[in-house]
Design a protein around this ligand. Structure first.
Ligand code: SF4
Ligand code: SF4
Length: 502
């Protein structure tokens, strides 16, 4: 259960965070001292009476304070207490459930349909989730059946809300361009059958090896392509061809071809996805993409989920050990501002916990103390099934998205038949929520969660969440973010203007 905490920044400043008041206040060491005594059940009145005028009170790390200061801070402590700064807020109500009726409503407004175009890939990356390092079934070579894809699209478009005219169709792999025929067929089918009623946006994640070969088709259909590349040649050294040679030169050659021959298309439609590990750093990949292509990649960390116990040590040695210190982090933060994960985190902390960010005047008047209440929420930050996207696999599973395990199947698409049962989908989600709820009820981030229930091991006996925050971790999290402000106040001012002022 969330309660008031006091945290200390690296410059030694102490701050009180009150979840009841939703405010952060700079506080005196004596306030922390009294707060800690109060927490341990000490009778504070008696404690104060045990001191005499002229006597000094010694606080570890902060030295001695005169009796007059103790009395002043004691009065302040009582003022804070009276104004409920230390009160435990009503817990956020996480008893919400997904209703079956929500499922078809979501399908009627779905934003993105993602096809696992083929399981086959023309790279053999060391950190692939199909490698020995991860618990996963072996990668097959299955290709998506076009008739099944048409069936799924017909089904979803037949349920579509009249005003939902935009739909994104994405091709994922393996390497999707290894099944170009399927892609061409689906693009043609949608354009010819539904092109007068809907605007289709075509996107793809690709390793870039076949980009030049299919450049004509991709550019003429305005494909938006995210190319996976981990920075310069050293940074990219885990992305290998099946013969274990580097893929870097081939991919860069293809990218340069597109850039030279279709410069406007390259600027607007090509983006980059980068995985961070011990051969690159946020600064190194940022410098590479900025200098070579004038772009900022989308960065993610190497996945540490579902690691094969047998290769755990080797995984750590290969990808984590020797991770570089990001020497130029401050410069990159300044350049990227809200595109940098540290700044995103900080702006989120300021918005959620500072107590001085309001979206509008109405919010200032209606923000109630104590938060929580009777409104029911589901635990975690999981998106409602089919509300944003759906992932259709080459072997006929329907899964909420491409990032999560097939264990969480929410339907089947096989032999020209699609099966989605609202009750079964709702039941799966609700069972997962039930399993993680006890942990989320204890978590300080429950009202600001960013984690998906399907990443918390709910399929196992003991779900765990790597973002779970208790009374020990939460103050460290706040301190880490406030350190950034203290180390660079002008950056903070800049952030406030960029993130919160219109
Ligand atoms: S990871 Fe979870 S929350 Fe994110 S898109 Fe997939 S299902 Fe939704
Ligand atoms: S961070 Fe994890 S434990 Fe905390 S609320 Fe989110 S899912 Fe639950």
């Amino acid at each position: 259960m969330k309660k008031a905490v006091i945290f200390k920044t690296s410059k030694g400043n102490l701050f009180l965070y009150s979840p009841f008041r939703n405010q952060v206040l700079l506080c005196h060491p004596l306030i922390r001292h009294l707060f800690e005594l109060n927490e341990s059940g000490t009778d504070l009145k008696q404690y104060i009476q045990s001191f005499r005028p002229g006597q000094e009170i010694e606080i570890p790390e902060y030295g001695g304070f005169p009796f007059s200061e103790l009395i002043y801070q004691w009065n302040k402590f009582r003022f804070l207490k009276k104004n409920r700064f230390f009160q435990i807020p009503r817990n956020i109500n996480l008893n919400g459930r997904l209703l079956p009726s929500r499922v078809s409503k979501n399908i009627s407004r779905i934003q993105q349909v993602i096809f696992e175009t083929t399981e086959d890939c023309n790279l053999s990356c060391t950190y692939c989730t199909y490698s020995k390092f991860y618990i996963n079934k072996e990668r097959g070579k299955r290709k998506f059946n076009p008739a099944d894809a048409r069936k799924a699209l017909d089904h979803m478009l037949s349920m579509r809300d009249k005003d939902a005219s935009q739909l994104t169709i994405s091709f994922y792999g393996g390497e999707p361009l290894k099944n170009i025929r399927f892609i061409q067929e689906i693009v043609d089918y949608l354009t010819n059958t539904y092109g007068d009623r809907y605007n289709f946006r075509f996107t793809m994640s690709s390793n870039g090896l076949l980009l030049s070969k299919y450049a004509g088709f991709l550019t003429s259909n305005n494909f938006e392509i995210s190319v996976s590349l981990d920075g310069d040649e050293v940074g990219n050294s885990f992305r290998l061809l099946p013969n274990k040679q580097s893929s870097f030169d081939l991919v860069v050659k293809n990218l340069d071809f597109i850039k030279e021959n279709f410069p406007d298309y390259f600027d607007k439609n090509i983006s980059f996805l980068t995985v961070l590990h011990n051969k690159n750093s946020f600064s190194s990949v940022h410098a590479f993409f900025k200098q070579k292509y004038g772009k900022t990649p989308l960065v993610s960390l190497i996945s540490t989920q579902h690691i094969n116990e047998e290769y755990k040590e080797e995984f750590h040695k290969t990808f984590i050990e020797g991770t570089r210190n990001d020497e130029h982090q401050k410069t990159v933060i300044r350049e990227l501002m809200l595109n940098h994960p540290a700044m995103k985190d900080l702006s989120n902390v300021i918005e959620k916990y500072s107590g001085y960010i309001f979206k509008n005047h109405f919010e200032i008047m209606t923000t109630s103390n104590g938060n929580g209440g009777t409104k029911e929420f589901v635990p975690t930050a999981t998106c409602s099934p089919f509300s944003l996207r759906v992932f259709l696999t080459a072997d006929g599973c329907i899964v909420p998205c491409e990032h999560i395990s097939r264990v969480f199947e929410i339907g089947q698409l096989k032999n020209n038949e699609i099966r989605i049962q609202n009750e079964t989908v709702a039941d799966l989600f609700n069972r997962c929520f039930d399993k993680i709820r006890p942990l989320c009820n204890q978590c300080f981030l429950a009202d600001n969660c960013k984690e998906c229930v399907f990443n918390t091991g709910v399929e196992t006996e003991n779900p765990v969440c790597e973002y779970f925050m208790d009374v020990k971790k939460f103050p460290l999290y706040l301190a880490r973010n406030f350190n950034l402000i203290e180390e660079n106040f002008s950056l903070y001012r800049h952030l406030i203007n960029e993130a919160f002022h219109e």
